[in-house]
Design a protein. Structure first.
Lengths: 305, 318
């Protein structure tokens, strides 16, 4: 178990390092940063001043290791635009993104677990096919489009929910639903497949031979085993949601980390862009580790003899 | 007093195409071990699952009479049947490696069956589970209760299955090839254990096997199944001494008996395999493989009595 954790940790560090390198290279590829920072009316001399002031005249490798060295100690640099610490910027906005991601995950699980179980129990019936169809539809629907449709329907026409901002819990309902839709298809199908496999297994026959109630057979004996892959994927999906909320934060004007990334890309505020990419990557890697740990908790066979 | 288990003319078919059991009749008396023998695919396991109402979806079951302690099982609701299963009638299976839930401890799986059927505390249920684990020959039962199935060997898992089946003091134990998947040495241990428990607890046992060696050692009564029918049924000694059906005779010839068989004498075998039989089949299902078959075997075959409690299904006279 410990060996397993250490191995996972090494992989996690390698992934983080790769992401840092890519983030650094990609921001540099987007043109001469000194020119965009100096602005459209700057003279050649201004640009050179900016280049020196931000240390952009140094060789790329020096700049890279400087950044990596600082990031490793928690110093993510300062935003060119906001003139504040990047870590503070991200820290302020993270709660919004995390709230949104968790809302999306909870909605996704509340929808896909019952749907998956229902589809499995009624395998190959009309109900099963309807569920699968809905899952397919959810997969095919672009999230910004669904977001706009919800805004028009529930926000503008019915007036039930606010369409932008972060003032109250109601603000998170629509974006949460849109975010959930990206995870519902995979989670529903995984639950269905897991339940079908579990229900056909020998230990379920044993459970029936013991005369257990239908609820106990389904929810205690089958779901417990079917849930193992679902939990792992749900943790990974939460990572996707936190990173993928860029579009949705934009649509619903939620000023979270995704919104920050969007703004910073537009303004060539590359310390922020690099940092957001890094932070999201670290969260994502951490979540996959959490998924592995939860697997070990749920599946005693992974805990070793 | 009615028999413990009465099965009369049981029919099971899958999707109306394959007839797995065709009019099989089996009676298990209280405290009796009744062995159901036959080769793979003859309907032994399906018969057992049909009695427990554990058939897969798509299987259809009907019977002239299917009764446990005189109570009709065919008209029983799902919950009524669930109340009997694991309680008065218990079952163990051929696959000890996969029959326990990998996610729960031995103790949790054993106690839940008692708590489902009897009014008891978790404490008392755990004590009973530990007692039964010791009773089936498991050392350190306290330790085993806290372990997961993957931490146990196949033999131990089958012992756990047996102990779990005994939790509610069943009157009938159905054992579907309980030793087939185990090592030879473990097979003998499990078999001795089952025979001992049957005797000590006065269990009625329906033991399904294809191993005639097992039958000779533990059965009071034997029913030979072929292609979904019971072709011969007799007390064990009578069947081995005086087999009537050509299929039974063939089966017995397939088993070497030390001292009774010469070293150079070839071991018998029955050519061919069990045919797949659909609805509307007539006559004797064994006729294709039988040395004594003639034209009359294609029609309905009579059931003869060949002495006390011995009957068989064949055109040949007793």
């Amino acid at each position: 178990m410990l060996q397993f954790l250490v191995r996972r940790l090494i992989v996690a560090i390698l992934v983080a390092a790769t992401v840092m390198t890519l983030a650094f290279i990609l921001t540099r590829l987007s043109g001469d940063l000194a020119i965009s920072i100096a602005g459209p009316n700057a003279t050649q001399a201004d640009v050179e001043t900016v280049r020196k002031a931000y240390g952009l005249d140094r060789p790329l490798t020096v700049q890279f290791f400087d950044w990596v060295g600082r990031a490793a100690t928690g110093d993510l640099g300062e935003s060119y635009f906001f003139k504040t610490k990047v870590s503070k910027l991200i820290g302020e906005r993270m709660p919004i993104t995390v709230t949104l991601g968790l809302t999306g995950l909870v909605i996704a699980l509340l929808v896909s677990l019952p749907l998956g179980i229902l589809a499995a129990v009624r395998e190959n019936t009309a109900l099963d096919r309807v569920v699968q169809m809905v899952a397919l539809l959810g997969q095919a629907m672009p999230s910004f489009w669904l977001g706009l449709i919800l805004m028009i329907t529930f926000g503008l026409q019915l007036g039930w929910l606010p369409i932008s901002g972060t003032g109250s819990w109601q603000h998170y309902v629509m974006p949460g639903i849109v975010l959930a839709f990206s995870a519902i298809p995979a989670l529903t199908r995984l639950t269905r497949a897991g339940m079908i496999q579990a229900m056909g297994s020998d230990y379920i026959r044993t459970a029936r031979a013991k005369g257990l109630s239908r609820a106990s057979i389904l929810l205690k004996h089958a779901l417990r085993n079917a849930a193992i892959p679902v939990v792992a994927i749900a943790a990974v999906q939460l990572g996707f949601m936190l990173g993928g909320s860029i579009v949705i934060e934009q649509v619903f004007a939620l000023h979270g980390v995704g919104f920050l990334a969007w703004e910073s890309i537009g303004k060539n505020d590359f310390p922020v862009v690099q940092a957001v990419v890094l932070v999201l990557a670290v969260i994502y890697v951490a979540l996959t580790m959490v998924a592995d740990l939860m697997n070990a908790v749920l599946d005693p066979r992974l805990r070793g003899p | 007093m009615s028999a413990l288990l009465e099965v009369d003319h049981l029919e099971v078919n899958f999707g109306g195409r394959v007839s797995a059991v065709r009019g099989a009749s089996v009676t298990v008396e209280r405290g009796e071990t009744h062995c159901l023998v036959g080769e793979s695919g003859c309907g032994k396991s399906v018969t057992a699952l049909a009695v427990m109402n554990l058939l897969a979806r798509g299987a259809r079951r009907s019977a002239k009479r299917l009764a446990f302690e005189g109570q009709d099982l065919t008209g029983l609701s799902d919950s009524g049947m669930a109340h009997l299963r694991g309680n008065a009638m218990a079952m163990i299976f051929q696959e000890p490696m996969t029959s326990l839930n990998p996610a729960y401890t031995v103790g949790s799986q054993m106690t839940e069956v008692l708590r489902r059927h009897k009014k008891t505390t978790q404490r008392a249920a755990t004590d009973r589970a530990a007692d039964l684990l010791a009773r089936v020959g498991i050392t350190a039962p306290g330790l085993r209760l806290g372990q997961f199935p993957h931490q146990l060997s196949g033999g131990l898992r089958q012992r756990v299955m047996i102990a779990m089946a005994l939790m509610c003091d069943p009157k009938l134990l159905i054992a579907d090839e309980p030793t087939t998947a185990l090592d030879v040495t473990v097979q003998a241990q499990i078999l001795r254990l089952l025979a001992g428990l049957q005797r000590d607890l006065g269990l009625g046992m329906l033991l399904i096997t294809h191993d005639l060696g097992i039958v000779a050692r533990v059965a009071h009564r034997v029913s030979v199944m072929y292609a979904g029918e019971v072709v011969e049924s007799a007390p064990t000694a009578e069947l081995f001494a005086n087999p009537k059906h050509p299929y039974t005779k063939g089966l017995l010839r397939c088993v070497p008996v030390p001292g009774k068989i010469r070293r150079d004498e070839p071991l018998g075998s029955i050519p061919g395999t069990v045919p797949r039989i659909g609805p509307g089949f007539e006559g004797c299902a064994f006729r294709e493989r039988c040395d004594f078959a003639d034209a009359t075997c294609a029609h309905t075959v009579p059931r003869h009595a060949a002495g006390v409690a011995h009957d068989f299904l064949c055109r040949l006279p007793a």
